[in-house]
Design a protein around this ligand. Structure first.
Ligand code: SF4
Length: 432
């Protein structure tokens, strides 16, 4: 029989158990090392609709690029969108940018100091304002996100049918610890994210099990069915035309900007959309999910001259060097496709696409393994870049001919052999 939360003593027990559990089991996340309201704000916006594992690195990059509200407010929106690229739900980034400009325009030089004031900023709702105010300013106010709602519904023995919104707010407000509201709110969120999971909650590990009326899954509304949709995009590539590194033939890709008038991802850059979805023999097929639509995306190589007949007439088009695409606000799908293009071509802007670097390293490793096993390599057009004897700088890439010429006339410093670079590429130069 679960203990009822109907007196102050029980509420105090819940607070103490939860905070004690949190102090021992909390994950070490970058936004938990600060109480800077701007940093908390950025993390809360990024975490909306996005998993923690995806956000961690993107949050660090964002904070490196825009360490203060002034830094964020001072750049054009396209730069913020470019930094946000791949996280999806771009309206969040637009609102964040707009709100940063509002803070700076207010001339105070600092963020609003209460939840009520924070709510006046564009894109800051009840939940975000409460999270910032409780964590940064110790304002005793409860936060109720999806995770907390699930925990509270289960503890109280309610179905998740939307009828309990007012009761949920009351219960959350009663439970929040007035002395440590920020920690308490984060503890509730952490419990929902790591223990009181949507499916198969880990009740044996739960600090609130003694007070919980459900101890298991509670009744929820059926999820919307996901649907499959096939779409086609044109991959239009050409050799590099000009600029630094053109001698390395990095190549350019044709991108198109979505009109500002569309409701979905206005202003973002993507591959030109094809009139007809190509069949399975295109360049590649990529799967990409947005909300409950699973897109099966067929990518076809299209020559510049045939593009006008095959593609939908869209917004402004621009040729962009493959190693310059980082400066553009790409759609998540375009980012995904270009990362694959780069991982299988001679040009790999690894600073842009960390996943490319991983694929690239895997590719090197498989070449090395093949050679060790006496089999011909699957491909030889990309080779390691940190071999000091070959004098490649970390961010330079070589064409096959350049590589082969260099390899044939060089000795390795490690084993003094002319032909070891294949092996040492994997073992000693970070490709494994
Ligand atoms: S006992 Fe189980 S269902 Fe109840 S709050 Fe804890 S994890 Fe969730």
């Amino acid at each position: 029989m679960a203990k009822r939360l109907d007196n102050k003593e029980r509420v105090a027990q819940v607070r103490a158990r939860l905070l004690e559990w949190y102090s021992r089991h909390r994950r070490d996340l970058p936004w938990r090392r600060t109480r800077d309201p701007y940093a908390i704000w950025v993390s809360e916006i990024m975490l909306q609709q996005t998993r923690v594992a995806v956000v961690v690195e993107r949050y660090r990059e964002f904070m490196r690029r825009f360490p203060t509200v002034f830094a964020l407010a001072s750049v054009p929106e396209q730069e913020v969108l470019a930094q946000w690229s791949g996280l999806g739900y771009y309206r969040r980034a637009r609102m964040l940018h707009k709100a940063a400009q509002a803070v700076v325009a207010a001339g105070k030089g600092s963020m609003p100091g209460t939840a009520a004031e924070l709510r006046s900023l564009p894109g800051v709702g009840v939940y975000t304002a409460a999270a910032i105010a409780s964590i940064s300013y110790d304002e005793p106010i409860a936060t109720v996100d999806g995770n907390v709602e699930r925990v509270l519904c289960r503890v109280a023995g309610w179905d998740a049918n939307g009828e309990h919104t007012r009761k949920l707010d009351d219960l959350a407000g009663r439970l929040v610890d007035p002395d440590r509201p920020g920690d308490f709110n984060q503890a509730m969120m952490e419990l929902g994210a790591t223990v009181c999971l949507p499916r198969s909650p880990r009740c044996l590990l739960c600090p609130l099990a003694e007070f919980c009326k459900t101890r298991g899954e509670h009744k929820t509304a059926p999820r919307a069915r996901s649907v499959n949709r096939e779409v086609g995009y044109a991959l239009c590539l050409r050799p590099g035309q000009s600029g630094a590194g053109a001698d390395l033939d990095l190549g350019e890709v044709l991108l198109e900007q979505r009109p500002q008038t569309v409701s979905l991802m206005p202003g973002l850059w993507e591959l030109p959309s094809l009139l007809e979805v190509p069949n399975g023999d295109g360049r590649m097929t990529v799967r990409h999910a947005i909300v409950n639509v699973n897109y099966i995306v067929r990518i076809r190589d299209v020559h510049e001259e045939e593009l006008a007949q095959l593609a939908v007439k869209g917004g402004e088009q621009r040729w962009v060097r493959l190693d310059d695409v980082e400066g553009l606000a790409l759609t998540g799908l375009t980012r995904k496709v270009l990362s694959r293009v780069n991982s299988t071509s001679h040009a790999i802007p690894r600073t842009v696409f960390p996943e490319s670097a991983r694929n690239y390293r895997a590719s090197c490793f498989s070449q090395v393994s093949s050679r060790k096993r006496g089999r011909p390599p699957r491909s030889i057009h990309v080779m390691p870049y940190r071999h000091s004897d070959l004098e490649f700088s970390r961010d330079e890439f070589v064409r096959p001919a350049a590589f082969r010429a260099a390899r044939d006339t060089s000795k390795c410093r490690n084993c003094h052999s002319r032909h070891c670079s294949d092996v040492h590429a994997g073992a000693a130069f970070g490709c494994s």
